[in-house]
Design a protein around this ligand. Sequence first.
Ligand SMILES: Cc1ncc(COP(=O)(O)O)c(C=O)c1O
Length: 399
Amino acid sequence: MTSLILSPRLEAMAPSATMAVTQKARDLKAQGRDVIALSVGEPDFDTPAHIREAAKRAIDEGETRYTAVDGTPALKAAIARKFSRDHGLDYADDAIMATSGGKFLIFAAMLATLREGDEVIIPAPYWVSYPDIVRLAGGVPVIVETKASEGFVPSAEALEAVITEKTRWLFLNSPNNPTGAVIPKARLAEIGEMLLRHPHVWVLKDDIYEHLSYGEAVTTLPAVVPALKERTLIVNGASKAYAMTGWRLGFGAGPVPLMAAMRKLAGQATSNPSSVTQAAGVAALDGDHGFLDGWRSVFQARRDLVVSKLNEMGLDCPTPGGAFYVFPSCISVLGRQGPGGEIGTDGDFCLQLLEETGVAAVPGTAFGAPGHFRVSYATDTAALETSMDRLAQFVAGLG
Ligand SMILES: Cc1ncc(COP(=O)(O)O)c(C=O)c1O
């Protein structure tokens, strides 16, 4: 039998630490267990009706063919209006790109720019995919830890301390997955000012949760430090703001030569994002955003519920400003005895929690932050309340 030979780049990828919990949750569900998934990364709302209608119209009107690789003129114009409306930023047509999901935008940027051994600074806790995308593109992730006591917001000094001549990119994600942290405008300005001293460092600013903010409106880097516009890629997409995770629409804006390189790469990979999805994207970006007020108030009430319950249980949890995640500590229960044996790690904690109570959460190790776990509150409020009761009972029962 011929055995499959894997590429060294794939071999270097860490197996997903979220897999054990996700697979276990599936297995338990298949056995008929009552599983509450606090592990999901998508809003539990439906895509708004006006967006769905636009997609149906597009199908009926024959918008079913290849489009330009980087998006239809209509979509790119809507994206340009969005950046102007939300951030006062003007981007020309060739500075904008639509992709099959925001994740591919990050892939395209890294594959298009990294040379073997180039360094990419990633504050932790980070979105699980960042380091692996960097490694796949030949780069070296340089992780900078942030502290719960500082709301998981990176400081300009800590970021500057790891800049070398090999640094190519700094990733900034706000609101953040997995912590929900929002980088305040003043801090973003400090980071931006620091970057002016390091002109070889480019910035990937991931704003995909920007509309899910419960305090100050989210600002993006070039809006705060305009000189950085010529080396900042803004990553955004329809998944979170419009509950369109399955539609696969990402979009970004950045310097023209970078966007040209990324367009070339997409042309040999995905080609254009789905034509139907693009038509829906125009309706999403240009349409009424009033529904977001309702979503935000539901999410904020759920956030407050889970944060107060978790803190009552002794699982220290800061109150984050955005997204639909909170990131409590489980350090207080490490070393204690659970029904399945000693809880030595955040992974043990999440696995035993799932086995015993049917509540699925993701271990912090997956996000570069051992001793924590991620709770997504993008699930209905009654299920959240039940899950918090089960969690409290589980923690109280530990030996
Ligand atoms: C921080 C962050 N960036 C980007 C993405 C990519 O989303 P999508 O590929 O669905 O556009 C996600 C999805 O979970 C995310 O959490």
